[in-house]
Write a protein that binds this ligand. Structure first.
Ligand SMILES: NC(=O)c1ccc[n+]([C@@H]2O[C@H](COP(=O)([O-])OP(=O)(O)OC[C@H]3O[C@@H](n4cnc5c(N)ncnc54)[C@H](O)[C@@H]3O)[C@@H](O)[C@H]2O)c1
Length: 390
């Protein structure tokens, strides 16, 4: 070994040390300029800006809510575990609102109490819109524990975190399934709640937790009981894209579109012997754009020490047969329909009396033409044959 060779070798540890130092410095700088400067917007209250946590914001209704809130200049944090939602929907929102401090996405499971607490500790939320849930009646009868955990227990976790971190406003996604199958139609907010499947029961229990808690707090609370949600963003940016494996659980609009696209051979209408005018179930179909408008109005009108409970529906029932006819017209496809026996957990007729929300929140459904709502949704479906991965 000559002297030169020895010197080169003796400098090697120093060079390695220097390289490691530079890498560490870059990493620290990156964290300070990139990561931390973005999260600063979300971790501090800013006068004039309302920061809303949208749980389940990668899902169908939550993503539409996030879009509307962002359009209306709210600051939005989406928390979702992507178990049922789509990262593609979040990406659309991020592309539309790329400015710092507008939108952040946090991947987390609301069942993980530590993670939830950390999210609330690190972010200055003014309000929570709690959409995240598993939400299929049929699935809930097959997997009740999953529903009680995901809906009831996770809502308890959210409310506890809100209390611990002084978040003042909760808008809760509930459902007409909490009413069960009332004798008298239309359903008002005073109709007794007697749910007949685990989905409805889990939501009713979550409501009860919120209502009991409301007696001990000055939190502003709005509970919105949605009827059957359809439609999508009229500008075609977002749509409904459930996991293919959930097709069988199917909501009716998804099944109609799948049949129209030939993904499934036809439609299976379950139950033709209900006590309704044409024997098929009657539902109140509410357009997602109207539904989100109700949330924004509820948020604006939410007051401390006050709980508002509202049905969100059109007040008009349509039968499954009528729905299928509207879907055929909207898609232009003559969908094959098979009529089968009843599905467990379904109820015959459900439609709302929306007069309370009309009166108190000055909200009224605007998209009341089934064919029009379905035509808008169909445009998105046609352009996104593989959902958000198209
Ligand atoms: N779609 C309807 O017709 C309807 C009717 C009445 C009420 N609702 C309620 O509206 C809300 C939204 O429903 P949707 O139709 O948009 O459903 P969706 O499945 O499209 O969205 C739910 C979102 O919540 C997320 N999520 C579920 N569990 C989670 C968890 N543990 N942690 C974090 N994220 C989680 C999912 O990944 C998904 O993105 C639900 O609370 C549902 O019960 C829906």
């Amino acid at each position: 070994m000559d002297i030169m060779d020895y010197r080169r070798r003796s400098q090697l540890p120093r060079k390695l040390f220097l390289a490691a130092g530079i890498t560490a410095l870059c990493f620290i700088l990156f964290r300070q300029t990139g990561f931390n400067s973005t999260s600063q917007y979300f971790s501090r209250k800013e006068p004039g800006i309302t920061h809303v946590l949208v749980t389940g914001g990668a899902g169908y209704i939550g993503s539409h809510a996030a879009l509307r809130l962002l359009k209306d200049s709210y600051r939005v944090t989406i928390v979702d575990n992507l178990s049922r939602g789509n990262l593609g929907a979040v990406k659309v929102l991020q592309q539309l609102f790329p400015e710092p401090g507008r939108l952040q996405f946090i991947y987390a499971d609301l069942g993980a109490a530590k993670a939830v607490n950390k999210i609330f500790a690190e972010n200055a939320f003014d309000a929570v819109m709690h959409f995240a849930a598993v939400a299929y009646v049929g699935e809930s009868t097959a997997e009740p524990l999953r529903y009680y955990h995901n809906i009831t227990s996770n809502t308890l976790g959210i409310v506890k975190a809100m209390e611990a971190h002084d978040v003042s406003t909760l808008i809760y996604s509930s459902t007409c399934a909490t009413y069960g199958e009332p004798e008298k139609m239309p359903i008002t907010e005073d109709t007794p709640q007697d749910p007949i499947n685990p989905y409805g029961k889990a939501k009713k229990m979550a409501e009860d937790i919120i209502l009991d808690f409301s007696k001990t707090t000055d939190m502003a609370i709005m509970i919105l009981r949605y009827f059957n949600v359809i439609g999508s963003d009229p500008e075609g940016r977002l749509g409904e894209a459930p996991r293919p494996e959930l097709r069988d659980q199917g909501r009716i609009s998804g099944a109609c579109f799948d049949a129209a696209r030939g993904i499934i051979p036809g439609l299976k209408v379950r139950g033709v012997d209900y006590k309704t005018p044409d024997g098929t179930c009657v539902r109140d179909y509410i357009d997602v754009n109207d539904l989100i408008d109700a949330h924004v109005k509820a948020l604006a009108r939410a007051r401390p020490n006050n709980v508002g409970i509202y049905n969100v529906g059109t007040g008009k029932g349509s039968s499954v047969k009528q729905f299928v006819e509207a879907c055929k017209k909207a898609t232009g496809v003559s969908i094959k329909v098979d009529f089968l026996g009843r599905r467990p957990g379904d109820y015959a007729e459900v439609y709302s009396d929306p007069s309370k929300i009309n009166r108190e929140l000055n909200w009224r459904a605007q998209y009341t033409n089934l064919e029009e709502s379905l035509s808008i949704a169909w445009r998105w479906q046609k352009a996104h044959r593989n959902g958000y991965s198209s």
